[in-house]
Ligand binder design. Structure first.
Ligand code: A3P
Length: 282
């Protein structure tokens, strides 16, 4: 059982309109762009909300949906028309990023990773729920193989993660803040201070506390989750705000699936930073 993706330039994207995907690599960057980059299901809606509050310097705003600033979903000319400072986001692999981001040198990138096992479970639930986009009617027992083979939109987590690690290593001038779903989960306050410092914005303790509260899983599920609409349909339960936990994979993976995952992980990720972070032998 496969799921529907858009094939463009030999790569797998979600089934977005072609005119939003074509031209991504040649999108013009600006010196003050802030760009959130992550493989899907790594907590990008969460970090988007935090970044938007930090950039605004207040939580007294309604943050625009992440989709409004998404490279690959919004047509490049519409992104180019957005006022500065732009806050953008994308799941594009490193080599598919707008090249101009690397010419500008002062764009700020925030790169978020997550345990690939939790990503798999989260992505499975996402693909099942958004059946109108993915036409996916398979089951978890078969899904893991699709995911490990990169037969999903944005392809392989392993290739994505290796590509970004190498891209960051090869471009030492790039301004990148690297964080993870787990780091945010275990020390949200510390991560918000670190993000603020990276973005060059002043914060005080009350503002950080407000951001922690406004971006908690419970709050976002209640506010943003309740407003979700996909293809004109309101889902029966929030799609982007499912469980919000670290280690939910343990409730899903069978022993055989863990072994299957571990073998691929070891082969694909040996020698990487992600291997150190997420090695199953730890
Ligand atoms: P789960 O499916 O494991 O619950 P993305 O935003 O990149 O699509 O990632 C979605 C994942 O982030 C989902 O994981 C979702 O529940 C989780 N998430 C969304 N908002 C969150 C928040 N405020 N705090 C913690 N996790 C959050």
């Amino acid at each position: 059982n496969t799921l529907r993706v858009k094939k463009y330039g030999g790569r797998f994207w979600p089934d977005f309109p072609s005119e939003s995907i074509i031209g991504v690599e040649s999108l013009l960057a600006r010196e003050d762009d802030v760009i959130l980059v992550s493989y899907p299901k790594s907590g990008s809606h969460w970090v988007w909300e935090i970044i938007c509050f930090l950039m605004a310097g207040t939580t007294e705003i309604v943050v625009a949906d992440k989709e409004v600033g998404m490279i690959g979903l919004v047509r490049p000319e519409l992104l180019e028309a957005q006022p500065s400072p732009r806050i953008l986001n994308t799941h594009a692999h490193f080599e598919l990023m707008p090249r101009d981001v690397f010419n500008k040198k002062t764009c700020k990138l925030i790169y978020v990773t997550r345990d690939p096992r939790d990503v798999a479970v989260s992505y499975y639930n996402n693909h099942k729920k958004l059946v109108q986009y993915y036409s996916y009617t398979g089951h978890w027992k078969d899904y893991l193989t699709l995911y490990l083979n990169g037969q999903v939109d944005y392809e392989s987590w392993f290739a994505y993660t290796r590509g970004w690690e190498q891209g960051i290593r090869d471009n030492p001038d790039l301004l990148v803040h690297v964080t993870s779903y787990e780091a945010l989960h275990y020390d949200i306050t510390g991560e918000i201070y670190r993000l603020a410092k990276f973005l060059g914005v002043e914060v005080d303790a009350p503002l950080v506390e407000q951001i922690v509260s406004e971006t908690s899983f419970a709050t976002m599920r209640q506010t943003k989750g309740a407003r979700e609409i996909f293809g004109g349909v309101r889902p029966s339960s929030p799609v982007m705000y499912r469980k919000g936990k670290v280690g939910d994979w343990k409730n899903w993976f069978t022993v055989a699936q863990s072994e299957q995952f571990n073998a691929v992980f070891d082969q694909e990720m040996a020698g990487t930073k992600a291997f150190e972070l997420y090695s199953h032998s730890k």
